[in-house]
Design a protein around this ligand. Structure first.
Ligand SMILES: [Zn+2]
Length: 623
């Protein structure tokens, strides 16, 4: 490879013992002690010439003995960092330091890490131990650690494909809709460039029953899993990630790019999806094996990290403000030939948990954006007002010794409500049922992905997630006990009352007028949540004996609007207005027909930008 030859010219003779690729990163191994202690100027020169990421690591024979290394690390790192575990990957000359306070392990300007590297010859990596234990986080870390051999080979192969000199007869860039175009659900977009093909998202329509409209159009001529260079996942909602395990079971064995929290949430939510289907006697389209394969092939990127993912595509993620780890996807194609920004799902407004979607993009010629709330009437009230409204309902119920039941998704909305309660000094017990607690563990593992507001609380020792008002429900007995513990709040899955423990709570609390049912999220057509919002007060249930009973709903019912993780109409317009450069084309997806027409007209009128609203299977040529 040309690049590697150039690298050898820049580095001094005899300094390189071997070169390996870890996806787009070039790893230079050396046996030369002198060189290892002084490689910085050469790396600097090579990076500026080659525009690739380069890391120098010491060969095995230079590495300090493991127990000596552990001692040395304890010496360098202050005790307050609370190192819990130090483990080694000798295959890659890497030492992983697991600590409660990773910032203190790293030190100012990464000085501790530099010291560790130069004195032990191991290349250090740091991991945060989350204050709330998460089985998913632990399992994924363990998998990455025990599959080093596989990962090493896999990453090297990915690297070879990225660096290969590839010739095709394509001279165009096309964007093709395989799902989620002209509709909400099963998001799946294919990008075809002169040298590569990548897939952005591959979801399912969760509420769908008809297989023809549930899954993306994967059986089209344009889509061949063997030709795909990479799958890029924007965030972990099932309508964006739900079909990814299926692709791995079908034989796709390339990389899956996402942020670290997205991979954790993806594993949690897709395993739960399989579980829920099986429990209701349905056959999921894939098994846990597909989820595991996807995680084994994951390449985690941070926001703002620029990475080559194919011979002519450079990928950058930026915060989307939608859920933890959610990313806007920026593709820089063919050394400046074209730039695509995939900006869904997104929230261009502040929540307690997340900063608004980033507009920090130097070049965007084509913008793909959602239109979920794109119609004129889709204007959400200010957050402060929404929070006030929520606290009023909750406090009113506490005063009459009632119980508040909040059906919620396990990820994001539940945590947002938790933070609102904690922020307002709420002091009664708040019980969390369903998968919410597991998701909390993932939130506490990645404070750097949360808002500045949250980071300030967490790093000053006031982490709202560890506030003692929050208690976990895991068994039926615990659930029954909670019903006696008035007044209190219960946040429980599922968010639209289509299953999950929220139904149990509703059955037991619904008949008592002291209690309140509070909807904090969108209720889809056809769900029990929606029917209650519309006024349904007599709810037929199957009891334990299988007989139908009718619940007379006497509890207060309140809907809080405005906690959505999506941009409303004003935010969708403001987002384009705030981009430092105006795109030449806007492609509207992820919305229904009426909303898209309305938003299309607004974009064209306000900004004079050519705006499309394509449907599935259509393609738009942008170069
Ligand atoms: Zn989403």
């Amino acid at each position: 490879m040309e690049i590697l030859e150039k690298l050898k010219e820049i580095f001094p003779k005899g300094s390189i013992s071997k070169i390996e690729l870890e996806a787009s990163e070039i790893i230079v191994y050396t046996k030369n002690k002198e060189f290892f202690l002084n490689y910085e100027p050469y790396v600097k020169e090579a990076v500026s010439q080659l525009k690739k990421r380069i890391e120098v690591r010491a060969e095995k024979e230079l590495l300090m003995e493991k127990s000596e290394t552990k001692k040395k690390i304890q010496e360098i790192v202050p005790k307050e960092a609370q190192i819990n575990k130090i483990y080694f990957e000798p295959e890659r000359s890497i030492v992983i330091i697991s600590a409660v306070k990773p910032g203190l392990v790293i030190g100012k300007g990464a000085e501790n890490l530099k010291k560790i590297k130069k004195s032990t010859f191991w290349t250090p990596r740091v991991e945060r131990i989350p204050p709330i234990k998460s089985d998913v986080v632990a399992a994924i870390r363990k998998m990455m650690h025990t599959e080093i051999r596989f990962r090493k080979k896999f990453l090297n192969n990915v690297g070879k494909r990225i660096f290969e000199k590839r010739e095709t007869n394509r001279k165009w860039v096309r964007i093709i809709g395989l799902g989620g175009w002209g509709e909400v659900g099963r998001s799946c977009t294919l990008v075809e460039t002169p040298k590569s093909k990548v897939l952005i998202d591959c979801g399912i329509s969760v509420g769908g029953k008809d297989p023809n409209t549930m899954y993306p159009y994967l059986y089209t001529k344009e889509f061949d899993p063997n030709e795909i260079d990479a799958i890029i996942l924007s965030h972990a909602h099932l309508d964006h990630c739900g079909m990814i395990p299926y692709l791995y079971e079908m034989g796709y064995d390339g990389p899956l790019y996402a942020t670290t929290p997205t991979i954790d949430l993806f594993a949690l939510l897709s395993l739960d999806y399989i579980d829920v289907l099986q429990k209701s006697g349905k056959n999921p389209i894939y098994t846990a094996k597909g989820v595991k394969e996807a995680v084994r092939h994951a390449i985690m990127l941070e926001y703002n990290e620029v990475t080559d993912i194919s011979p002519d595509i450079r990928l950058t993620f930026q915060n989307a403000g939608h859920i933890l780890g959610s990313a806007l996807v920026h593709l820089h194609i063919g050394n400046g030939l074209h730039n695509i920004l995939y900006a869904l799902d997104q929230k261009f407004g502040r929540s307690n948990l997340l900063e608004p979607a980033s507009t920090n993009f130097q070049r965007v010629e084509t913008l793909i954006i959602e239109s979920t709330y794109g119609a004129k009437e889709d204007v959400m009230p200010p957050r402060a007002e929404v929070e006030k409204q929520l606290m009023e309902v909750v406090n009113r119920t506490m005063e009459r010794n009632g119980i508040v039941l909040i059906p919620s998704f396990s990820v994001e909305r539940a945590q947002e409500v938790m933070v609102i309660l904690a922020k307002h000094g709420f002091s009664y017990p708040v019980y969390l049922d369903g998968m919410i607690w597991d998701a909390n563990g993932i939130f506490t593992a990645y404070p750097e992905y949360l808002s500045k507001y949250m980071q300030k609380l967490i790093f000053s020792g006031n982490d709202p997630f560890t506030n003692p008002i929050f208690k976990r429900i895991t068994t039926r007995q615990e659930r029954e006990k909670v019903w006696e513990d008035r007044p209190c709040v219960i946040i429980s899955t599922s968010g639209m009352l289509v299953g999950g423990p929220a139904i149990e709570h509703l059955k037991h609390l619904g008949g008592d007028e002291r209690n309140t049912l509070v909807f904090v999220g969108f209720q889809a057509e056809g769900t029990l949540g929606r029917r209650i919002q519309r006024g349904l007060r007599e709810i037929p249930f199957e009891n334990d004996e299988g007989k139908t009973e009718v619940l007379e709903l006497k509890m207060e019912v309140v809907s809080i609007e405005g906690l959505s993780g999506h941009s409303d109409r004003r935010q969708l317009l403001a987002y384009v207005n705030n981009l430092p450069v105006k795109p030449r084309k806007i492609i509207l997806v992820h919305g229904d027909y009426r909303k898209m027409i309305s938003l299309q007209a607004a974009y064209q009128k306000l900004f004079g930008i050519e705006t499309y609203r394509p449907i599935n299977l259509e393609s738009i040529r942008v170069v």
